[in-house]
Ligand binder design. Structure first.
Ligand code: ASP
Ligand code: MG
Length: 415
């Protein structure tokens, strides 16, 4: 008998039929004697619908009221699932964030969980009741409703699993698991059976949208095994777990891309202490996350400085740069919004030399120019012209991600 936290995403609870299906799945798990906490997202499209409503009544909706509004989406699905379970004869109770008491800071729209009170959930579980918890929401010290950022129900699920020392956290979604790349771009991308927390962290931050990145941070910190799987099939999905020996042999487990990038270059910046600080201080102050930064060695006492930001922050970043340009003494600003970031991720990079060189060879063979490069222990990212992004992803996937044994046999038998 295990304690399991299951989280169902928006499409999994997207209609009354789907909610009934989920109730049946929960019932069969409950019948096996497991203790169950079930976290739900708002029904598919609901959060966007609510945000649109807010924008129709106010030009700039305040964050506190926006959170009170969007949190209602999860309240609806939690109550509906509890009702559907009761209809099947399963004891179930819904809990909102403040009823559990999921305490967060007061950063509306992107709140962080500070602590979770387990008492009420444990009491329910001890009575054989399924606890259905509204995802995405919490409460701050002043009893304001807060939300955890888009995709935040994943984090509710993993955080509850950590707080309750659950044996497993299952994240049910509409894909079968974590793929080696985006199947829409790489048709023979395949589902991974297992992936390490660190690789998943890199993939989430690189734009793979299966799991909210904070949920992976929680899973890693508290060593919560996460099983990402589909609520539409019974297939096994992908286990996100602590790394082990066999994983270290895999050179590249995923190829990711991110089109949401824009590049800004300050030309011929004087090479003096303090200028980078003066430039990036206001950008950070505006809440803009700078990703890659490149500064060349200075030739004639000046150097070009290039960095990337999310495309949505480009205009704001550019106007901040322009306002600093003359003070910094730069000789102009160049920009490019048609860029994409393509990355390979794998634990094996830590112990194998020459991965970067091979990556650059593969791109060169396709005639793709590399504009920027950045690396971490288990990741290499390059910025390329956006129109080559898909080609780059496919070429890198072909070169680095080994085909399954069955696929090899099929390839081998082709005349
Ligand atoms: N309903 C919220 C969203 O759409 C939270 C979630 O689904 O995880 O972002
Ligand atoms: Mg999600």
């Amino acid at each position: 008998m295990a304690l399991i936290v299951q989280k169902y995403g928006g499409t999994s609870v997207g209609s009354v039929e789907r909610i009934r299906e989920v109730a049946k799945r929960v019932q069969s798990c409950h019948r096996q004697g497991h203790r169950l906490v079930v976290v739900v997202s708002a029904m598919a499209g609901e959060t966007n619908r609510l945000l649109d409503l807010a924008r129709k009544v106010a030009a700039r909706p305040s964050e506190r009221e926006s959170d009170a509004l969007v949190a209602s989406g999860e309240q609806v699905s939690a109550a509906l699932l509890a009702l559907a379970l009761q209809d099947l004869g399963v004891k179930a109770s819904s809990f909102l964030g403040h009823q559990v008491r999921i305490s967060t800071d007061s950063a509306f729209g992107r709140a962080r969980i500070r602590s979770i009170n387990k008492e009420r959930l444990l009491a329910a579980l001890n009575h054989g009741t399924v606890a259905v918890v509204a995802g995405f929401q919490g409460v701050d010290n002043d009893d304001n409703i807060t939300t955890l950022g888009r995709g935040g129900s994943d984090t509710t699920g993993v955080a509850l699993a950590a707080a309750l020392s659950a044996d497993l956290c299952e994240i049910y979604t509409d894909v079968d698991g974590v793929y080696t790349s985006d199947p829409r771009i790489v048709p023979h991308a395949r589902k991974l059976d297992r992936i390490s927390f660190d690789e998943m962290l890199e993939l989430s931050s690189l734009g793979a949208k299966v799991l909210q990145i904070r949920s992976v941070e929680f899973a890693k910190r508290y060593n919560v095994p996460v099983h990402v799987r589909s609520s539409f099939t019974d297939n096994q999905g992908t286990f996100v777990v602590q790394e082990d020996k066999p994983m270290e042999d895999i050179l590249v487990s995923g190829v990711a891309y991110d089109r949401d990038q824009a590049k800004i270059t300050l030309l011929r910046v004087p090479d003096r202490p303090g200028l980078a600080a003066r430039l990036f201080g206001p950008i950070a102050g505006a809440g803009i996350v700078v990703d890659m930064i490149i500064q060349n060695a200075s030739a004639d006492g000046t150097t070009d400085l290039t960095f990337t930001v999310p495309r949505g922050d480009f205009d704001k970043a550019l106007s901040l740069v322009k306002s600093q340009e003359s003070m910094i003494g730069a000789h102009g600003v160049a920009t490019d919004t048609n860029v994409a970031k393509v990355s390979i991720v794998g634990l094996g990079m830590r112990s194998h030399a020459g991965v970067a060189a091979r990556m650059f060879d593969v791109l060169a063979a396709e005639g793709i120019n590399i504009q920027m490069i950045s690396t971490s222990e288990i990741k290499i990212s390059v910025v390329v012209d956006e129109k080559y992004a898909e080609l780059a992803v496919r070429a890198l996937h072909d070169a680095f991600v080994a085909p399954r044994p069955g696929d090899e046999a099929r390839q081998g038998s082709t005349p």
